[in-house]
Design a protein around this ligand. Structure first.
Ligand code: PLP
Length: 270
């Protein structure tokens, strides 16, 4: 399936209970059970919601992953990734990181014994010198917010995997969107979105997502999604995301055009 087709169709199947071609908004907190634990795959809406599942499957397809895990915000998604770590683990990230992501690492997780390194991730020699046996997570944000610096995802992944096979690489793909880059194809283990931005597209929702391609990692993140409970509601999953996201190709093309005009203005007209 090509990207634009995936945006519209991937993961979206007619509703099994009615045949509705468009995903219904399952506005329910709980589901009937024939006996305790005997149900149709859904027991409580923090754990599973069919509307959320559709969005998760659709985002997984857009990022060329196998599992999508949605959260109430981009930072709630990041919080789940950071909760994969244990005291003593080390994170390497860029020194030009979105302020909220920096705050979450520095003000919330550092006190639980996570060691942080903020370096220039464009400088592979510095990355090489910073990786050690305790390195557990490389947090790549590219392009960065707000400086729009670009990090070579493939180069970073190759360097990290050559030195420490236990380290996970998560790419915050908020600013590029899967229309422009798919980090899982470049060696990353996880992709994160503040869907509040390009994925949502209309400045009318707050939502986050992680996409992975490895079953065990997905299981750990689904566990955290349910155990911590920072889940998005079905209205946001449907109206704001399944539907809004359909404009992603159009606004990316417009953004590309604006960039060309900006470069033209800066270099030719001035
Ligand atoms: C690159 C990046 N990552 C993460 C976030 C956090 O996302 P949210 O505001 O949905 O929690 C933002 C928000 O601006 C962002 O720009």
């Amino acid at each position: 399936m090509k990207f634009a087709t995936k945006v519209i169709h991937a993961g979206i199947v007619p509703d099994p209970s009615t045949g509705a071609v468009m995903t219904p908004i399952y506005q329910t907190s709980t589901y009937v059970q024939q006996a305790p634990g005997v149900h149709q795959g859904y027991e409580y809406a923090r754990t599973q919601n069919p509307t959320r599942n559709v969005l998760q499957d659709n985002l997984a397809a857009l990022e060329n992953g196998t599992h999508g895990i949605c959260f109430a915000s981009g930072l709630a998604a990041m919080d789940a990734v950071l909760k994969l770590l244990n005291p003593g683990d080390e994170i390497i990230s860029t020194n030009d990181l979105y302020g909220g992501s920096y705050r979450l690492m520095r003000r919330v997780f550092e006190k639980y014994g996570i060691k942080l390194h903020f370096i220039d991730l464009q400088d592979i020699a510095t990355l090489k010198a910073t990786i050690n046996d305790n390195t557990r997570l490389i947090w790549v944000e590219t392009p960065t917010n707000p400086m729009l610096n670009v990090i070579d995802i493939q180069l970073v992944c190759e360097q990290v995997k050559a030195q420490n096979t236990n380290a996970l690489i998560c790419v915050d793909n908020t600013f590029a969107s899967p229309y422009l880059q798919t980090p899982l194809d470049l060696g990353a283990d996880m992709v994160l979105h503040s869907a509040t931005k390009y994925i949502g597209g209309h400045s009318d929702l707050v939502l986050g997502a992680i996409v992975v391609k490895e079953e065990n990692l997905a299981k750990e993140l689904y566990f955290l999604q349910n155990a911590v409970g920072a889940v998005p509601g079905p209205q946001d999953c449907f109206w704001r995301c399944v539907v809004s996201k359909r404009y992603i190709c159009a606004w990316n093309e417009l953004a590309k055009m604006q960039r060309v005009l900006l470069i033209f203005w800066r270099h030719i007209l001035r």
